[in-house]
Design a protein around this ligand. Structure first.
Ligand code: NDP
Length: 335
């Protein structure tokens, strides 16, 4: 198997020297295990956090450990009841071409979606993140205004489109004119470029009735512009803060946490962090049924950014954190 391991802890943006490619011989699968071949590897922003040696909701990766990640994989050899060569499964194989996994940690894709990569995107973890975070915490009502950034990514694009299905007004924020144009195609009611000099003014103009739900994906400058626009009883599902994932310290300028707490009280805000596997625990079938239908009907559209070959995973991952990706980032590892 060829695999990519964590070679060093990055300071700021990861570089190729923070990763190392290795080739290893795998043992045959033992009782209850299967040998898997990776078809698609998902690259996600959370992986940057796992590279740090810092306290978080997940243990840091050890140096020398294979980079983690969800995969769509094919069974090559099975020593587990119920799984046969050729079966396609969702696995956590990480950044490697082959792996031996215990069968009880796999989710068989008995009715695999087309294309298969959507099991890692709109019909997978990111889609479920949008669905659960928006509907459970955001709870948008008809006529309300929902704002989301990283809005062409798998989480943000689903957030905006589900908001519209629920009758809300969706305002999407993305980096660059091409992405902004795509948001309009997806039916967002307004689309803004966070890199614009006058971004805060543009956001104010695009939210004349204030903001009722801000689905927080990025933090940073976007959050600074959003906070003063939040309405009384606004809900803020805190999903991710990707603008700061490569940061090496706190943001510059005065500490504004006092201002934030004052706003939380004055406006009776609900600000709630969540992890998809906790918030949507036990709801996978319901999610697949609902989202599957929206996708089939064309009410939720998606875009994927597919890179060929595991050897290109590092560049693709580093680029994603910068916004070079256009849609869900996946690596096609094998046919
Ligand atoms: P994306 O595919 O959208 O990739 C990240 C995007 O973030 C980039 O493409 C870029 O888009 C945007 N971005 C990067 N830096 C900035 C910045 N400084 N300001 C504004 N935007 C920036 O990612 P996902 O859809 O996979 O994930 C979105 C968020 O959801 C992440 O924060 C992720 O960590 C979080 N998440 C949380 C989960 C949970 O359980 N809580 C589960 C899954 C994801 P652009 O070019 O538009 O700027």
């Amino acid at each position: 198997s060829t695999r990519i391991v964590l070679a060093a802890r990055p300071s700021g943006e990861p570089t190729s020297s923070d990763f190392r490619t290795e080739t290893v011989e795998l043992d045959a699968p033992g009782e209850g295990e299967v040998l898997l071949e990776t078809l698609y590897l998902s690259l996600d922003p959370y992986m940057r956090g796992r590279m740090n040696d810092a306290e978080s909701y997940a243990e840091p990766l050890a140096l020398g450990q294979t980079m983690v990640g969800q995969t769509v994989s094919r069974v090559l050899e099975s020593a587990a009841p119920g799984l046969a060569p050729g079966d396609v499964v969702l696995a956590g194989s990480g950044w490697q071409t082959h792996s031996v996994q215990p069968a009880d940690r796999l989710i068989p894709l008995t009715d695999p979606p087309t294309p298969l990569s959507t099991a890692l995107g709109v019909l997978g973890m990111p889609g479920m993140t949008a669905w659960t975070g928006l509907l459970t915490i955001g709870d948008p009502k008809p006529g309300e205004t929902v704002v989301v950034a990283a809005a062409t990514g798998p989480v943000g694009s689903a957030v905006g489109q589900i908001a519209r299905i629920k009758g809300a007004r969706a305002v999407g924020i993305a980096g660059g004119p091409e992405k902004v144009a795509h948001l309009r195609e997806l039916g967002f009611d307004a689309a803004l470029d966070h890199r614009a000099e006058d971004f805060a003014e543009q956001l104010a103009a695009a939210t004349p009735d204030g903001i009722d739900v801000y689905f927080e994906n990025v933090g940073g400058r976007v959050w600074d512009a959003v906070l003063p626009r939040l309405n009384t009883f606004a809900r803020v599902p805190v999903c991710g803060l990707v603008a700061g994932y490569n940061a090496t310290g706190l943001p510059e300028g005065p500490d504004r946490s006092g201002l934030l707490m004052a706003k939380v009280l004055q406006k009776r805000l609900t600000v709630r962090g969540f992890l998809v596997h906790e918030l949507a625990a036990g709801q996978r079938e319901r999610f697949l049924q609902e989202m599957g239908q929206w996708v089939a009907e064309g009410r939720v559209r998606y875009r994927e950014d597919v890179t060929e070959g595991l050897e290109n995973a590092v560049a693709s991952f580093v680029g994603m954190l910068r916004g070079d990706n256009f849609g869900k980032t996946v690596v096609k590892v094998s046919d």
